[in-house]
Design a protein around this ligand. Sequence first.
Ligand SMILES: Nc1ncnc2c1ncn2[C@@H]1O[C@H](COP(=O)(O)OP(=O)(O)OP(=O)(O)O)[C@@H](O)[C@H]1O
Ligand SMILES: CC(C)(CO)[C@@H](O)C(=O)[O-]
Ligand code: BAL
Length: 283
Amino acid sequence: MTAPILRRLADLRAKTSQWRRAGEVIGVVPTMGALHQGHLSLAETARADCDRVIVTIFVNPKQFNNPEDLEKYPRTEAEDAIKLAPYGVDVIYVPEPEEVYPAGFASTVSVAGLTDVMEGEFRPGHFDGVATVVAKLFLQTSADRAYFGEKDYQQLMVVRRMARDLDIPIEVIGCPTVREPSGLAMSSRNLRLSPEGLQVGARMNAVMRDVAEALGRGAAFEALARKAMDDLRLAGFSEVEYLDLRCAETLEPLTGATRPARLFAAAWVDGVRLIDNIEVPPA
Ligand SMILES: Nc1ncnc2c1ncn2[C@@H]1O[C@H](COP(=O)(O)OP(=O)(O)OP(=O)(O)O)[C@@H](O)[C@H]1O
Ligand SMILES: CC(C)(CO)[C@@H](O)C(=O)[O-]
Ligand code: BAL
């Protein structure tokens, strides 16, 4: 059975206050819809972990630095509800825009430091939009636990910092990236890739895995990175925005796999911006 779709905060609160009174643990999975197996894996984990599960679907205009990206973002609400049916979620919260940003809305949540690099650098304003909407969704749902994908690893770190800094009593849980058999990280934006674009996209993870393996053998990042960026362009990416090796805990840049390290990339194909990140074994 498909879960009820609630569009009004008052209706959501009627449910959550009942659940809280009964002492039930509430989990939330925030999404922008166009659900795929990556999102569904978050719903599955939340279902196994919590008494009540809320999936939110809201295409948040404040986090899109690129108007064309916002306009082309896929919206597939009816299919999304059907895809969620087997996962037994309790409520799908699809707020009307004015439930999130009522007239006169004037506040921004901004996380410093972690947002200076990578996605923050190439998508100005993006993380202010994410932190603001996620803070609102945490407070609106009054969830005890929130589930985010490691595919957006920097976002996961930003959201965790925001919740701690603002004393929002919620545990932010990171879940592994779900991939296509080709290695391509599942993403709603993949829907906009041509068959050739899908093949190019898959090369991102393959190139990253080669770099991670060489780093694990003790190689220095600088030379590897230059070759890997060339490889990505040769594979068909029209632009490679970054290929960075960073500390998995602080996001500081690293020259080799000397600390818990992660490799991050962003590149364009078919006019679509793809991102990925993977753990790097210690050298
Ligand atoms: N392949 C994936 N594996 C695990 N979690 C994922 C995956 N893709 C997205 N998520 C997570 O789902 C949540 C909602 O993400 P979102 O709706 O932006 O989907 P998306 O596929 O990342 O879309 P896009 O990146 O194109 O905006 C986020 O926590 C995100 O990290
Ligand atoms: C967390 C999120 C739902 C906030 O709009 C979005 O950034 C996403 O889908 O990853
Ligand atoms: N996947 C993070 C949301 C975004 O790309 O805007």
